[in-house]
Design a binder for this molecule. Structure first.
Ligand code: NAD
Length: 435
């Protein structure tokens, strides 16, 4: 089936960034976890200082001719946080709330995420302050191409490899790839991932994050001695990650008892037919009007008594305000940053087993890595090879993080950060400081 290159507004995420900032500043929220892990690792002070700073922060201005003939100037950023382990990897987001601080935090996040699953990548992030909902496709294309041109010195398959993020998609990646290729004079597929399959995208990429969530959830259930069959699951967010995770968990025998999106949530103790719900969303854009089950709010969904809760929508939905009411046994973080740093301890005190975002949602970047490898080899893998290799990476990574958590008597999040920071630090030590 050819790739749908339209920018449908219903698939555009508009995360409520105020929530992201409510309990903590994004950079500090991530860095408080970093500090805890660094202390446990007994990181030497010099290395600590290096890893607490981004390598490169670019701020660029993009003049764009709008459809009405006026010129607008947009501001964008690209941050390379740490590239000691390989080319920088990280998405580009288009959103009014983008800031240098947020992009830096997300670039650090990508550094740890790539390291925790042991990909040979560093971490990066990019963003442009704009409201894509109000822009035409032509305006978005001109903005994307000018942004790409403005950051072109950092880009390249060996240096910095973007991917889609909030409000960007395969269509946008095709423009980035084309603009880069025009500048260097030949087609370079490996400069971005998350491309349309026809131009070098990987099979299996679209559902890779949800598949990764399913795989780590199964590992967590096995560790806790809980059966997969009949496990009750609530999923917040029914987009790319949430719907794929729900579909694949249901296929494994789990009962998906609650699903929700920005329009509200539904509950059905007997379990949803996930394929039917996905078909509804495909036809109508959201779950609004979906008749199965009983309505409930997104806040109620988070507090349901279920075996597994999969937050797969927004940042900072589990906070000090609701952590004491969460009744799930396992939380598999499909979204980035769904739990605030301040809520971590409350969940741990109550024995809730949290599979942290940098591990649980790393399936997407893992298949992005596979895409980059396929592009470099100019040899596309069949989907089952992609899925098998993803399973290997996710299960191995989960087991490595769990082993460290048990050895050091820490929660999985702290162990994931320790493993990731330890890996980055060890390469940094071996490479030394370039004079
Ligand atoms: P998406 O746009 O496909 O889906 C987002 C879903 O969240 C939609 O169903 C939307 O309706 C819902 N939502 C929005 N606001 C909500 C609200 N206030 N309450 C409840 N639901 C709400 O996005 P996605 O790609 O599935 O990404 C979801 C999360 O996963 C994000 O945090 C993203 O950063 C993270 N993530 C995505 C990937 C990936 O490969 N797509 C990889 C890693 C992490």
């Amino acid at each position: 089936m050819p790739t749908d290159l339209r920018l449908p507004t219903h698939s555009i995420v508009r995360p409520d960034k105020d929530r992201f900032l409510n309990e903590d500043n994004p950079f500090e929220a991530m860095m408080s976890r970093f500090d805890r892990a660094a202390e446990l690792l007994d990181l030497e002070p010099g290395l600590y200082k290096i890893l607490r700073h981004p390598e490169k922060q670019l701020t660029v201005s993009m003049p764009v001719q709008m459809d009405n003939g006026e010129v607008e100037v947009f501001t964008g950023f690209r941050v390379l946080y740490n590239t000691s382990r390989g080319p920088a990897k990280g998405g580009i987001r288009f959103d009014m709330q983008v800031s240098l601080e947020e992009v830096t935090a997300l670039a650090a996040w990508m550094t740890w995420k790539c390291a925790v699953v042991n990909l040979p990548f560093g971490g990066a992030k990019g963003g442009v302050i704009c409201d894509p909902l109000t822009m035409s496709v032509g305006e978005l294309e001109r903005l994307t191409r000018r942004y790409t041109a403005n950051i072109i010195k950092t880009l390249g398959p060996d240096s910095d490899v973007p991917a889609p993020d909030v409000n960007t998609n395969e269509r946008v990646m095709a423009w980035v790839m084309d603009t880069y290729s025009m500048h260097v004079g030949h087609t370079v597929t490996g400069v971005v991932t998350g491309k349309p399959v026809e131009m070098g995208g990987s099979l299996g990429r679209r559902e890779a994050t949800g598949r990764g969530v399913m795989l780590v959830t199964k590992e967590a259930l096995a560790h806790l001695g809980m059966p997969v069959a009949g496990t009750t699951v609530a999923v917040q967010g029914f987009g790319n990650v949430g719907s794929a995770a729900a579909r694949l968990l249901a296929r494994e025998g789990c009962r998906i008892v609650a699903i929700g999106d920005r329009t509200g949530a539904r509950h059905d103790a007997s379990g949803f037919d996930v394929a039917d719900a996905i078909a509804w969303v495909r036809r109508h854009g959201t779950l609004e009007g979906y008749g199965r089950g009983d309505p409930l709010t997104n806040a109620e969904l988070l507090e349901l008594e279920v075996d597994v809760l999969v937050p797969a929508a927004l940042e900072s939905v589990i906070t000090t305000r609701n952590a004491s009411r969460i009744r799930a046994r396992i939380i598999a973080e499909g979204a980035n940053g769904p739990t605030t740093a301040a809520a971590d301890d409350l969940l741990a005190e109550r024995g809730i087993f949290v599979v942290p975002d940098i591990l649980a949602n790393a399936g997407g970047v893992t298949v992005s890595y596979f895409e980059w490898v396929q592009n470099r080899a100019a040899f596309a893998w069949p989907e089952d090879v992609v899925n098998d290799r993803l399973r290997e990476v996710m299960t191995r990574s989960f087991r490595e993080v769990l082993a460290l958590a048990l050895e050091r008597s820490v929660d999985l999040r702290t162990a994931a950060y320790m493993l990731a920071i330890g890996r980055v630090a060890s390469v940094q030590r071996l490479r030394g400081i370039y004079a």
